[in-house]
Structure formats: C-alpha cells, structure tokens
Design a protein around this ligand. Structure first.
Ligand SMILES: NC(=O)c1ccc[n+]([C@@H]2O[C@H](COP(=O)([O-])OP(=O)(O)OC[C@H]3O[C@@H](n4cnc5c(N)ncnc54)[C@H](OP(=O)(O)O)[C@@H]3O)[C@@H](O)[C@H]2O)c1
Length: 323
C-alpha cells in the first residue's frame, strides 16, 4: 500500500489478542484509491463486535490475511478531507458517516481513515457528527432487519429484543417511523425509561419481567414479527410469542443463536452498508426527532477502557472522540 508522509494518531494492534494489544500509535495517513474518500474522523463508534475483531474473529471468518499494524474501529463519522477521482457524490468538507470493516488501510480508531465512498453517506440533517459517529453499522443493521428482512408493514406488532442497546434503540424509532406497533424488551429500569421516551408502545424489562405474558397481553393473536439483538431467554420467549406465520430476524453475531420454532420464519442476516440503505436510513431519521444515544465517550487513547466498558450495562452506544 502507498503511504503518505503525513502522520496521524491511531490506536492499533500488532497482533490479534486481548485489550493489552491495543496501543496508541503514530501512523501514516492512508492514501486513497479512486473509489475512496479520506475522512478526518471526529467520532468513532465502539461496537459490541469490536472485541471480536480485535481477537481476530472477523479475519478468521472472512478468511482475510490481516495487515499489521491494524487500526481497529468499523464505524465513525467526520469530515471529508479528500476524494478519489471516481467519487462524485461526496466532496471535501462534507460531514459524513460510514463503515470500514477489515480494511487493510485501517479503521476509525484514528484521526484519518480511507473509506469506500459506497460505504459512506452524508450525515442526516437532524444529527450531529458526534451522534452519527455511532450510527453506521447499527443503523443499517436495524434498518435491514426491519425493512428488507422482516418486511414490516404499517400496523403490524413488532417486538424489539434488546431495545435499549445499540441496534435496539435505533430499531424502536425506525419501526415507529414505519408505523408498526412496537413491543420493546429493554434492559433495566433505566433501559425501560429510555425506550419509553423513544416512543415504543409498550416497554418491559427483559431482565426482570415475564416476556411471554407481556407479549400476549400486547398482541393476543400473537406478535407479527421480532427483531432479536440479544440471544438466550429473551429471544426464546419472544419467538414463543409470535403468531403462526410470524417472522423473526437476528443479525449474525447474536449469541447464543436463537432457535427456530415450527410455524415461524427465523432469518439471520447482516447489516449492508450501501447507498440505497444509507439513503433510506437518512430519510427515515430526518422524518422527525430522532435520538442516537451515546452513553459514554472516551478519548482515542482510552480505547482499551472503552472496549472494556462494553461489558458493563449502558444505554445505546459507546464512542471515542478524536477532536
Ligand atoms: N451481522 C451484522 O451485520 C451485525 C451488525 C451489528 C451488530 N451485530 C451483532 O448484533 C448484536 C447486537 O448488537 P448491538 O450493537 O445492538 O449490541 P448491544 O448494544 O450490546 O445490544 C444488546 C442489548 O441487549 C440487552 N440485553 C441483554 N439481555 C437482555 C434481556 N434479558 N432483556 C433485555 N435486554 C437485554 C443489552 O443490555 P445490557 O447489556 O445493558 O443488559 C444490550 O443493550 C451483537 O451480537 C452484534 O455483534 C451484527
């Protein structure tokens, strides 16, 4: 890879492994190809899947030879610094957010990152750059789950399992925009209060309450659909509350993998960052007030603490700030 003379602050690993492998580094700013943009990063998302990436899980899964030093961070937001010759939809100075997974040029835990233009988009008007920094992966994953995979229709009853989490809190708001009746299963008292504020029709605490009973009260004929972002008991109970012919979907990575039930369609899927998905996500977000919730923000150099904090209870997302 061609490297620029300019350097930047980044957090990188020299081999896959634990939190201790992450080190603040001074690295070359990546050069962009014709179909890429260079983003001056303001905020990087700290994803629930980032430890899996750090441990080499994605490299193994995709059969990709990783390039070290490896800059972590699969989504974020900032300002376009430069665009490749083939990029016509974005220009220098635009505020953008995007996805950068397993790129040999590095991810978003850095002052600059090279992103394929198709994996990035203008930030929805309603959001700050900071908020958009944690939106890309979970946003397209929430959207793909509700729209393409579950094909939610107006008036349908839809359960969101893990509703106070990264995907979940976005999915609650997107499902309301899609005119669904939303039954939200959040975590903790604070999670219930949070998701009520986001507009769900009914919210329960999945760690304390009887999900099946509450779901049957909400939809006596059975739920039409469910988006599952956390596995185990809440997933099983929600699937049990679906009507015959009901649909459930979960993004790959949910662990343990939910079990199917007779008469119910269960689908696994991935978030797909591409121009139509970003366009639809932006349109839905800009259709009214929308909250992208950041529970805690860490300095770039504190990325190991940020990844450690993923094990704690928190609402929405965690972020790194670079400016
Ligand atoms: N394949 C893809 O394209 C893709 C993309 C994005 C994410 N993912 C995967 O999707 C999953 C969810 O991602 P995410 O970013 O939404 O993660 P997340 O923010 O950790 O969300 C999971 C949520 O579930 C909550 N939860 C756990 N047990 C619960 C219970 N009994 N009742 C109610 N809520 C409960 C957690 O709350 P507490 O921990 O606070 O209790 C947390 O808020 C992860 O496995 C991630 O790797 C896959």
């Amino acid at each position: 890879m061609k490297k620029s003379n300019k350097t930047m602050r980044a957090v990188a690993i020299d081999e896959f492994g634990g939190l201790e492998k992450m080190k603040p580094r001074q690295l070359s700013v990546p050069e962009i190809d014709a179909n890429e943009i260079l983003v001056h990063v303001e905020t990087a998302g700290v994803g629930a899947w980032d430890p899996f990436e750090r441990e080499g899980g994605f490299a193994k899964e995709f059969g990709v030879e990783a390039a070290f030093p490896y800059v972590l961070g699969s989504d974020g937001a900032g300002t376009v610094e430069a665009v490749g010759d083939q990029v016509h939809n974005l220009k220098r100075g635009d505020r953008v957010y995007g996805v950068n997974l397993m790129s040999p040029k590095g991810g978003f835990y850095a002052e600059y990152t090279a992103v394929k233009a198709d994996n990035a988009a203008m930030i929805p008007r309603a959001l700050s750059t900071r908020e958009a920094g944690v939106l890309a992966v979970d946003g397209v994953t929430a959207l793909n789950g509700l729209d393409k995979t579950l094909q939610v229709k107006p008036g349908e009853s839809v359960a969101i399992v893990g509703a106070s989490g990264g995907i979940g809190h976005l999915a609650v708001q997107l499902a309301k925009r899609m005119k669904a009746r939303v039954f939200a299963i959040a975590s903790g008292k604070d999670g219930v209060e949070f998701v009520k504020r986001l507009g769900a029709d009914k919210v329960i605490d999945g760690r304390r309450e009887d999900i099946l009973k509450a779901a049957r009260e909400f939809a006596p004929q059975g739920l039409d659909a469910a988006l599952i972002t956390t596995g185990g008991k809440p997933a099983e109970q929600t699937i049990a509350a679906l009507k015959k012919g009901g649909r459930a979907a979960y993004p790959n990575g949910v662990d343990p993998v939910p079990n199917a039930r007779e008469g119910v369609k269960l689908t696994s899927y991935n978030g797909e960052p591409n121009p139509p998905a970003f366009a639809k996500l932006n349109e839905l977000i800009d259709g009214g007030p929308f909250e992208v919730h950041i529970a805690r923000t860490f300095k770039l150099e504190d990325a190991p603490q940020a990844q450690k904090a993923l094990n704690d209870h928190y609402l929405g997302k965690l972020a790194l700030t670079l400016s």
